[in-house]
Design a binder for this molecule. Structure first.
Ligand code: SF4
Length: 393
């Protein structure tokens, strides 16, 4: 079934996802298998769902965003071209396209990817590459398409007018050491990749418990830090190193949570008529419009973010439950407007995308323990290009 893409709200500008059968690629670090994902349904069930949505409506979130032709992500919890998924992927893209609904593809490649690339309208493809050395890839992602085949796919996609982002997700220094990172960035620049998105490896204690013995053994070198909040210094340094390579080669590089502006979302905005706002829209705005140390007010955030967020009420408690159990706890209203949700992003630091979690922003402190709240209940923030160290200035 097409579902709410709740987990990545405010990070990815896409509101919907479809994940079909469980992924056959079985990467050792897969969060989806760690979350006991059982499969999201077959083509017949999604066909019935789409007919329902367009005829009389069903789940309000899915109905709203499908009818308004926002893109659907294929797929977040499986690979759309893994065994048992390709056929559904091809059929579903055709069906959505006949309804004017675009698709955003997340994949490591596989049978059918070339066929889809040739037949669908220009779209954004996120092709994962945590490795550039195929021997290293085989140890952690033994069943996935080879690095060579992904390179072929990426070059083909760009040739056909699609925009490609490489997902270095997860980025682990041992998996893509400096020489491999340099080769990957050089190659990405030479074929015209639109950018690289990197994210640290994170596997919660719960997810680690559910891993198979084989996966745990393949990841034995990284599990001790993969469950911790603090990012190890060698990961931070490697991230900086790859960023500098990308800067030299003119490739856009985005690491999740970075305190710098980004152009990484431009392919989405170029190819899809409708997308959602993400927190980095506001970070970009602040870099262009604010002086260092200047106050930032909620109305500025609201104005920028509401440019791409719909009015009305949506079942946003589920988003809160997904990203932060405390905020989505019992007693929280089910339905929210996006405006209400922005207040959470503005001043509730427990939310992963709360602005003060990004070093560009801090609460305007009154003393060591309190910060400034306006009479109408909104906190006052301050902006810094160099970055603040904690939530309060
Ligand atoms: S390709 Fe993606 S969904 Fe499939 S096993 Fe690997 S990480 Fe999981």
């Amino acid at each position: 079934m097409i579902e709410e893409y709740y987990g990545e709200l405010f990070l990815m500008p896409i509101p919907l996802e479809f994940s079909g059968n469980r992924c056959s690629y079985q990467c050792s670090y897969c969060f989806a298998s760690g979350n006991r994902f059982k499969g999201g349904g077959d083509y017949a069930s999604v066909l019935r769902q789409i007919e329902r949505v367009f005829n009389k409506g069903s789940n309000p979130w899915v109905t709203y965003f499908l009818r308004n032709k926002y893109p659907v992500c294929l797929s977040n919890r499986t690979d759309p071209f893994s065994l048992g998924n390709t056929r559904t992927t091809i059929q579903l893209i055709r069906l959505l396209s006949s309804r004017g609904v675009p698709v955003f593809v997340q994949t490591k490649g596989g049978d059918g990817a070339f066929e889809v690339a040739d037949s669908m309208s220009p779209s954004v493809w996120y092709v994962s590459m945590s490795f550039f050395d195929n021997r290293k890839r085989c140890k952690i992602e033994p069943n996935t398409p080879s690095i060579e085949s992904r390179k072929e796919l990426i070059a083909h996609l760009i040739h056909k007018g699609h925009k490609v982002l490489i997902g270095m997700n997860p980025m682990v220094p041992d998996w893509i050491p400096e020489s491999d990172a340099r080769a990957l960035v050089d190659w990405a620049a030479s074929v015209g990749v639109s950018g690289i998105i990197s994210a640290r490896l994170h596997l919660s204690a719960e997810q680690q418990k559910r891993m198979t013995v084989a996966s745990r053994s393949a990841l034995s070198g990284v599990l001790p830090w993969a469950g911790k909040r603090t990012v190890p210094s060698d990961v931070v340094n490697h991230d900086r190193y790859i960023r500098s390579l990308c800067q030299d080669e003119g490739v856009e590089y985005f690491s999740i949570g970075q305190p710098w502006p980004t152009k990484i979302y431009e392919p989405f905005r170029e190819l899809y008529p409708k997308t959602l706002s993400v927190v980095h829209d506001f970070i970009n705005w602040a870099w262009n419009n604010k002086e260092d140390g200047e106050e930032v007010h909620f109305e500025e955030f609201e104005k920028v973010m509401m440019e791409r967020l719909p009015g009305g009420l949506f079942e946003l408690r589920s988003h809160l439950c997904k990203v932060c159990r405390v905020l989505g706890a019992k007693g929280t209203p089910d339905y929210w407007s996006f405006r209400d949700m922005l207040k959470i992003l503005w001043q509730e630091w427990k939310h992963p995308w709360c602005l003060v979690r990004n070093q560009n922003f801090a609460f305007d402190s009154l003393d060591e323990e309190s910060y400034r709240i306006r009479e109408d209940g909104y906190a006052v923030l301050r902006f810094s290009r160099a970055g603040f160290e904690g939530p309060c200035s």
